[in-house]
Design a protein around this ligand. Structure first.
Ligand SMILES: *Cc1c(COP(=O)(O)O)cnc(C)c1O
Length: 374
């Protein structure tokens, strides 16, 4: 039995910045459903990846993971030197480590809105401020570069920008961010390329795309690119992501990261995936085909859309309809994301591209909802 406390002691309180931060609402109950809500890959995991996982030697489960060899292979895949790469348990962890490494309580981080909610959350947790620069009000929801520069000029410590963004798919040519980093050498420019596999170009390219040689990012001391195996590459459940930057930045991030956050099985699976870049290209092509089908199908239903450079499409269904349709689809086992509470996106659903047959399932269900047969 716990000893009764004799004195009226107050339990320890979390830091004020933590007490003031609501947690992230994690998605649950999605397995077995058609997952068109969080932009993960929705196809099968390739047999050679499953095989690599099954073949993990017991010693690799018993011993703490070792990162050197894997990091070198990942660096080759990304077209950079190993000292320019740090791996994380998801790029999410990478973003948190970047915040913890470079931001202090009272510092300011610039974000674009709407975009990924984790940047302001991590900033808030350590007591840093967030300045929001809205995207253009209407499609194409363009980056407001003038606004971003103004925010950086007023002394912000850094910028977090996904390109392409979630949820709109807004994208800017990679050179945009290089120029920005040159213009603000004292600010850390963090470009989140979680969806870059779908974009026309990226600052850091995986081995399946046409890389342009050693990317400029590794030569600059204030530009960091993060990337993920969760979205295009289909390993969200294994939690693996990376950052690419100048070796001096990577050295800092490696010091702050937990020494063993990335697990051995995740590295095994990722390695198997990287060794078959053709299989990756095929899977990417299949998603882009699904995206095209989604665009055409929504047009046929006369639903206005905005199509960005990520793997999702925004469907403007209307204020009243957005929650209703999302709920009706959920009732049919099809998940889409109601983003209508986010800035600029009233009445909007974000629908990720599954594979063509999955998109057809969604479109058939939507057609029934619109015809009142739902
Ligand atoms: C999903 C997502 C991530 C997180 O990816 P993980 O590697 O799974 O942590 C990062 N940034 C953006 C913009 C995302 O949408």
């Amino acid at each position: 039995m716990p000893r009764e406390q004799t004195r009226t002691a107050e339990a320890p309180q979390p830091r004020p910045s933590v007490a003031a931060t609501p947690g992230f609402a994690k998605a649950e109950g999605r397995h077995g459903k058609l997952r068109l809500d969080l932009s993960e890959y929705t196809g099968e995991t390739p047999e050679h990846v499953l095989e690599a996982i099954r073949a993990t030697p017991g010693e690799e489960l018993a011993a703490y993971p070792e990162y050197e060899a894997f990091t070198a292979e990942l660096a080759t895949y990304l077209g950079v030197e190993p000292e320019c790469v740090c791996i994380f348990a998801g790029s999410d962890e990478g973003l948190r480590i970047i915040v913890q490494s470079y931001f202090d309580a009272g510092d300011t981080g610039v974000v674009v809105t709407p975009s990924f909610p984790m940047y302001p959350l991590y900033l808030k947790l350590i007591g840093a401020h967030t300045v929001e620069v809205p995207l253009g009000e209407k499609p194409p929801f363009a980056f407001d570069l003038t606004g971003i520069c103004a925010a950086l000029e007023s002394g912000a410590k850094g910028l977090f920008v996904p390109s392409p963004t979630n949820p709109t798919g807004t994208w800017a040519e990679p050179q945009t961010w290089v120029e920005l980093a040159k213009e603000f050498p004292e600010s850390l420019i963090v470009v989140d390329e979680a969806y870059a596999d779908f974009a026309p170009q990226a600052l850091v390219c995986g081995g399946h795309s046409l890389g342009a040689g050693e990317p400029a990012v590794t030569r600059m001391r204030n530009l960091v690119v993060t990337g993920s195996f969760s979205k295009a590459l289909g390993l969200a459940g294994l939690r693996i992501g990376w950052a690419v930057a100048h070796p001096s930045v990577i050295e800092v991030l490696s010091r702050v990261r937990s020494p063993y956050s990335v697990n051995a099985v995740a590295m095994r699976a990722t390695r198997a995936l990287m060794l078959e870049p053709q299989a990756i290209s095929q899977r990417l092509a299949a998603v882009l085909e699904g995206k095209q089908r989604l665009i055409e199908g929504l047009a046929a239903l006369e639903v206005p859309t905005f199509v960005g450079e990520a793997n999702a499409v925004l469907a403007f269904v209307g204020d009243e309809a957005a929650p209703r349709i999302a709920a009706a689809l959920k009732g049919r086992g099809i998940l889409v994301r109601d983003v209508s509470k986010q800035p600029l996106l009233a009445g909007t659903l974000r629908i990720s591209a599954g594979l063509v047959p999955q998109v057809d399932t969604l479109l058939a269900a939507l057609a029934e909802e619109y015809s009142g047969a739902g």
